[in-house]
Design a protein around this ligand. Structure first.
Ligand code: PDD
Length: 278
C-alpha cells in the first residue's frame, strides 16, 4: 500500500512517525473514516466538515484546505486501486518532547491510508448482527472524533469475546451509541428513534444521511433518549457508520429483535442508502 504522510506518498514500510508524536503519547489527535464504494467517496463532505470541526474543538489547525484533502484521498484511492473499502485520515497535534502542555508552534502530523474491505456484501450488512450492552466508560466529549479510543477498544473486545459484533454503550440506563456506530431502533407505531446529538455521542455522518432518507420517505423520526429495555423490546433495530453503512441489528444481548431477521423498514433504508451511494 501507498501511505500519505505530510505531503508525501510513500510505501507503507517507509511511513514513519516520531515516538514523540502527541497522538502516540497522549491520544492528542483527530481521525476520520470515509467509505469508498465502486471508487466513490461516500458522504465525504460530511466527514471533512466533521474533521474540521473536531480539529477546531481541540485547537489543531487543518493540515490542508478541504479541497486539498479530497485530492489526497483521491490520489491514495487511485494509487492503491481502491474500489471498495475505507480511507482513513489522521491529524495529530505534532511532535514535541513529552509535556502535557504544548506550544503554539506545533506542526500537525497528517497521515492517510486506505483499507480494502467488502462493505456492501459484508455478512453483517446482509444478515444483521447481534449487539451487547456495556457501560459507556468514555470521556465526556464524545462529539469530538479523537484517536483516544481505549473505551471503544475495551468495549468491543468485551463483546466480541462473547460472539457479539458490536457494543451498544449505556449511560444512566440510556443507550448512547455503538462503540463505532450510531444506534437506531424502531418502536411503537413505526417510529424510528435515535439519540439527539450532544457531547455524549459522535454526530454520525451516516446518521445524517439516513435521517435525510427517513424524511424523504415520510417516515417518522424521533430524536430522543431510549433505554436498554426499550431497545430490547423494539420491532427493529439497526446501526450506521461509514464502514458498516446501514447494518440490521437482530439481537441485543439475549433478546431477539422482532423475528430475528432484518426488519422491513431497516431493509428499505439500507436499500435506499446503498442506491444513493452507488
Ligand atoms: N466510527 N459513533 C462512534 C463512536 C463512531 O466511532 C462512529 C464511526 C460512528 C458513526 O459515524 P459515521 O457514520 O460518521 O461513520 C458513531 C468509524 C467508522 C471508525 O471509528 O472506524
Amino acid at each position: 500500500r501507498t501511505i500519505y504522510i505530510n505531503g508525501e506518498y510513500v510505501a507503507e514500510e517507509e511511513a514513519r512517525v516520531s515516538v514523540f508524536d502527541r497522538g502516540f503519547l497522549f491520544g492528542d489527535g483527530i481521525y476520520e473514516v470515509t467509505a469508498v464504494i465502486d471508487g466513490k467517496l461516500i458522504d465525504n463532505d460530511l466527514h471533512l466538515a466533521r474533521l474540521e470541526r473536531s480539529l477546531k474543538e481541540i485547537s489543531i489547525p487543518m493540515p490542508l484546505p478541504v479541497d486539498e484533502i479530497v485530492k489526497v484521498q483521491q490520489e491514495l484511492r487511485d494509487r492503491n486501486g481502491l474500489t471498495e473499502g475505507v480511507i482513513y485520515l489522521q491529524v495529530t497535534r505534532g511532535e514535541a518532547d513529552r509535556d502535557f502542555g504544548y506550544g503554539e508552534d506545533m506542526k500537525p502530523n497528517f497521515i492517510a491510508f486506505t483499507q480494502n474491505k467488502n462493505l456492501v456484501n459484508a455478512n453483517s450488512v446482509k444478515n444483521g448482527v447481534a449487539v451487547d450492552i456495556v457501560p459507556d466508560n468514555r470521556w465526556a466529549r464524545r462529539d469530538i472524533k479523537t484517536v483516544m479510543l481505549l473505551g471503544q477498544v475495551l468495549a468491543k473486545k468485551a463483546v466480541k469475546a462473547n460472539g457479539f459484533h458490536e457494543a451498544w454503550l449505556v449511560e444512566d440506563g440510556f443507550v448512547t451509541e455503538g462503540a463505532s456506530s450510531t444506534a437506531f431502533i424502531l418502536t411503537g407505531d413505526n417510529v424510528i428513534v435515535t439519540r439527539p446529538n450532544s457531547h455524549a455521542v459522535l454526530p454520525g455522518c451516516t446518521r445524517r444521511a439516513v435521517m435525510k432518507i427517513i424524511e424523504e420517505e415520510n417516515l417518522t423520526l424521533e430524536e430522543r433518549l431510549f433505554t436498554v429495555e426499550e431497545a430490547a423490546a423494539a420491532q427493529e433495530a439497526f446501526l450506521t457508520s461509514a464502514s458498516s453503512l446501514v447494518t440490521p441489528v437482530i439481537r441485543i444481548g439475549d433478546r431477539t429483535i422482532g423475528d430475528g431477521k432484518p426488519g422491513p423498514i431497516t431493509r428499505r433504508l439500507q436499500g435506499i442508502y446503498l442506491d444513493l451511494a452507488r
